[in-house]
Ligand binder design. Structure first.
Ligand code: XIL
Length: 379
């Protein structure tokens, strides 16, 4: 045995000794997959939210990356009522249409986001105070969007963020005018407009037990009323320290028990302090320019890069464990430089929540996630 053979022999012995217990995926084994979408092709769609700036031709490298790594796409802002239906009688479909062409060319699953949402809402819709008029306006809005994209949009976020943290109904303008019936109306109209399309209820903090109970109540009610709800979308705006993944797991199980698919629809992991994690902090307090709240302006320290990779590894381990229930995992943004978390909840920070850095290079977190894909799923 020459020296090189000996080295290979030792390496093989080490690999065998380090192997995870049978059936478990471990990051010690390197991935042979070439992209996120191929790595998880047998598990769930791997999606990404894309902005107008990307689709308008200003970001060709980013769009190349999107086509290479992902097989599902969500319009980050282009299909919100404010943008796509700015006045009662006028629509602006250009951006959504362009995204749709890109998705078709690259054979991607398309998610329409979002038909009914209190935020980024058209002013004309927000002004309506009569219940019958609101029902008509919602019908028109939903009909126009859903019928235009029949056969192109695979799934719609029908209603976004309708619940408070305690699981009660949010006092949105829709709720104030129509009560909870606006939800039923929206799902009914979407189902009527395209009986084939998937209907999603989407919201944040869906790992919280009280909110989880609220979603279960809501979906059961819709189902009792004859709505074929296809999925619950858990947004997944998480951090290095929370939520506890056992809460996420409990929610995945609770939603799956309703007989619907579970999605992680807007995944990102903030690396920065959150105002509401600070003892006694007022979210409304002005943190802009605060160095304490924006500690990594000149780069993410290796130690935090590692924490992010470990957090993503834990998160994807859980996703893989529940791949029979999860049908899509979508990231909210292409790379760190474009993430909405650079501007929210505090303007002008430098955040690192995604798998690709500002120069579009794979981060350690990307490697950690990819390495998981190589092994057999846990039983
Ligand atoms: C965010 C976009 O990423 C930003 O560009 C925009 O300025 C505000 O909205 N929950 C949602 C998404 O459902 O639509 C939000 O997207 C992030 C929170």
């Amino acid at each position: 045995m020459n020296y090189r053979h000996l080295l290979v022999f030792i390496a093989v012995i080490c690999l065998c000794a380090c192997q995870a217990p049978e059936g478990e995926r471990s990051v010690q084994e390197s991935s042979s997959a070439q992209s996120l979408k191929s790595a998880f092709a047998d598990d769930f769609f791997l999606g990404v939210a894309v902005s107008a700036n990307h689709i308008n031709g200003n970001k060709p490298r980013e769009m190349e990356l999107v086509a290479r790594e992902f097989n599902a796409i969500t319009a980050e802002n282009s299909m919100k009522s404010m943008n796509i239906h700015p006045e009662r009688d006028s629509f602006f479909f250009d951006e959504a249409d362009r995204l749709m062409v890109f998705a078709e060319e690259n054979d991607m699953h398309f998610v329409g986001h979002a038909l009914v949402w209190h935020s980024q809402q058209s002013p004309w819709l927000e002004k309506i105070t009569d219940s019958a008029e609101m029902a008509i306006a919602l019908t028109e809005h939903i009909n126009a969007l859903v019928t235009r994209y029949i056969g192109k949009v695979d799934a719609w976020d029908v209603v976004n963020e309708a619940l408070n943290e305690d699981g009660s109904y949010r006092e949105s303008n829709f709720y104030k005018v129509m009560g909870r019936d606006y939800l039923l109306h929206a799902f009914r109209e979407a189902q009527k407009a395209d009986p084939e399309v998937d209907l999603i209820y989407n919201d944040y903090n869906l790992w919280k037990p009280e909110k989880r109970a609220g979603v279960v109540r809501l979906v059961k009610w819709l189902q009792d009323e004859g709505i074929d709800v296809d999925a619950v979308g858990m947004q997944g705006h998480w951090s290095l320290i929370g939520p506890d993944l056992s809460d996420v797991e409990a929610s995945i199980n609770a939603y799956a028990e309703l007989g619907v698919d579970v999605l992680v629809s807007e995944l990102d992991v903030t690396a920065l302090p959150n105002p509401w994690d600070l003892e006694g902090a007022e979210i409304s307090q002005n943190f802009e320019g605060s160095e304490y709240m924006d500690p990594y302006r000149s780069g993410l320290p290796d130690s935090v890069q590692l924490l992010l990779a470990e957090r993503y590894e834990d998160i994807f381990r859980l996703f893989l464990k529940h791949r029979d229930k999860l049908t899509r995992v979508s990231f909210w943004g292409v790379c760190d430089g474009h993430s909405w978390l650079n501007g929210w909840p505090i303007e002008g920070r430098t955040n690192y929540p995604l798998l690709f850095d500002r120069s579009l290079k794979n981060k350690k977190a990307y490697d950690a996630v990819m390495a998981l894909s190589n092994l057999e799923a846990e039983e």
